[in-house]
Design a binder for this molecule. Sequence first.
Ligand code: MTE
Ligand code: LUZ
Ligand code: MOS
Length: 783
Amino acid sequence: MKAQSFTQARQAAPAAHHGHPHESARLHVAGEATYVDDIRELAGTAHAALGLSTQAHARIVAIELDAVRAMPGVIAVFTAADIPGTNDCGPIIHDDPILADGVVHYVGQPLFAVVADSHEHARRAARRAKVSYEPLPAVLDPLQAKAQNSFVLPPMQLVRGEPAARLAAAPRRLRGSWQVGGQEQFYLEGQISYAVPREDGCIHLWCSTQHPTEMQHVVSHALGLAANQVVVEMRRMGGGFGGKESQSALFACVAALAAARLRRPVKLRPDRDDDFMITGKRHDFHYEYEVGFDDEGRILAARIEMVARAGFSADLSGPVATRAICHFDNAYYLADVDIRALCARTNTQSNTAFRGFGGPQGAVAIEYIIDSIARELGRDALDVRKLNFYGGAGRDLTPYGQRVEDNVIHELVAELEADSAYRERRRAITAYNAGSPVLKKGLALTPVKFGISFNVAHYNQAGALVHVYTDGSVLVNHGGTEMGQGLNTKVCQVVAHTLGIALAQVRATAADTSKVANTSATAASTGADLNGKAAEDAARRIRQRLADFVAQRHGIDADAVRFADDHVHAGAVAIPFAECVQQAYQARVQLWSEGFYTTPGLSWDRSTLTGRPFYYFAYGAAVAEVLVDTLTGEWRLLRADLLHDAGNSINPAIDVGQVEGAFIQGMGWLTMEELWWNKDGRLMTHAPSTYKIPAAHDCPAEFHTRLFRNSNHEETILRSKAVGEPPLLLGFAVLFALRDAVTAVGDGRSAPPLRAPATPEAILDAIDAVRAACAHTAAEPQP
Ligand code: MTE
Ligand code: LUZ
Ligand code: MOS
């Protein structure tokens, strides 16, 4: 195929609701896409490295930096004392020092920055500091923090109905404790910032961040500048996954500080180990629960306390815990509930956003509970799940008071159950396990319901700027950031669709705080919902001006002017878009516009944790089948079937990619990614050598992914639904398939206490527990 026919094929395809390739796909595979470290360095660029704390909690008695300064190539060393403004880069509560001041709170906390003529020189010099500490008691375990009443925020609690009375009255009850681990974002491109001093004390910052506006704020506060003196630019990230929502701030501030002080360009790119040691991760959660249910498995009341490892500071732990509370229901109606969340302060990295933002930790808990109920009753877990779904009279109100109005979980699960041949495979697996003493198979179907919108209402806004040039080509800038998720592609599709032109005519530029101001983080999966709407608004304004212009010229009604197929249609006349634009320019019509959008209908009462935090819900379900070696605890995912609701998808190709990627990332979190700190609080799993994420061979040989045929019942951008985070919860199916396989070691009734991540070690522990329980039952005298 000639290169040209590719372009022609793209031009022929409709702009929206079509699987166009990612806007940078060709640049990605050719190695030509520019990431921050690929920006050609300006003459005189210096390189920074950070010196890190070796203590989990200690008073700094002295920092000896002469040996650092004496190292080859060193230009300067900076500590907290060199920060002219405020030494803080916390996103909400201001408890995050840029450089440690007096006390260190975790192993890995940055103490100083050394700037040298090369990256290598800076790194070597950073190791030469002599720091003397006076140790303070360190808390490394969230449950220990809870015992000491040490939290970064006040406890949160959501109570509906009379959970205590209903629990006491329930015919059956289960109680227990459980835990899920944290997760390292492991973006392929690490944190990086490149700061360049500009005239009159201004700073230009290239920063790999999901939140350019926040970087503008923290840098201006740290340097004592006005916001209009700081420009942050971000073309693309090599992944963010939440890890660059707030925690790009420290790197931005240090690079900007050094650039401002030295009046030369400074780049800060920590290597992978330092990135792991410095930055926060997904919060690990520890649960204590009690559930009351009837003989069929219908939940009557539930109580749960969730303790999250916040780390040493608040960061985003508050909104993460809120989202966990608002997702404990997942797809289930819970009449009487008591949900508590505690953000434990520990002397470890400050945990932060990670795809799902506490939602996965909330929802996985109810899935574990339902799975346990099913095993207790000897029922197929799918039947117990269905019994508890939202739906039916009086069963559509979430614990936080929002009505579920767009519920499709019944149809969606029924479709997946049939397509994946769930029942037939269940029978086949039971037969297989009966004849296979060592290898055991497991099967699970888990549902997802995920709320879309920032749970902080004012973040739900976006702006865009669309330029139509006189040759008919279009440039769009918006408040969102591209991290591989295809946001720019979708926004370009929206603009092309609105103007009736080919996608190839529209280009997106870097996010830039000097173009669109006061942007929200690209997070909470709202990137396309918010920025797509803002860009549509801008494109519509231009389209209206063109329509008015054409209508006047041709003596017809502006409403009768249509924009399609690269043409402006005025009655029988079809003017090529570029020609129309040229004519409009000559007639002095404004050919560019801003656009703005706010999500309607949201409300939230932080004191009662009630309201309408979400504009709508996204749904999905997954079936996973695993094969476990019960002698080694090793396993394989044999087959996965995913069915996910992306509404009327703007780009089904990109959305399928998001669904599959999120599923695998969710599976990694719950099965193989294990964070481990030693007794001194040092993170020992700080590189791919010790921290295992899923690789290509962990994808199932049989992998079926489909988008559920749906449309958003709310008037979202082209009736699509957000897709970035919700499918991460599809990975639950793998964990519960593993639990199913482990259960098969025993009598099928005892629910094994399988912790997550379900590493081979955890699987073997669970198998031991099942065997012990069976031996115990067998030894009991029969009645
Ligand atoms: N996909 C890729 N390839 N890389 C990423 O970093 N981040 C996820 C998701 N999908 C991510 C991704 C997270 S955490 C979020 S919140 C959304 O993308 C953000 O983008 P969106 O709102 O435009 O979907
Ligand atoms: N709320 C939310 C937030 O639901 N998702 C987010 O990513 C977020 N980030 C900051 C504050 N609130
Ligand atoms: Mo995503 S965790 O909301 O950046």
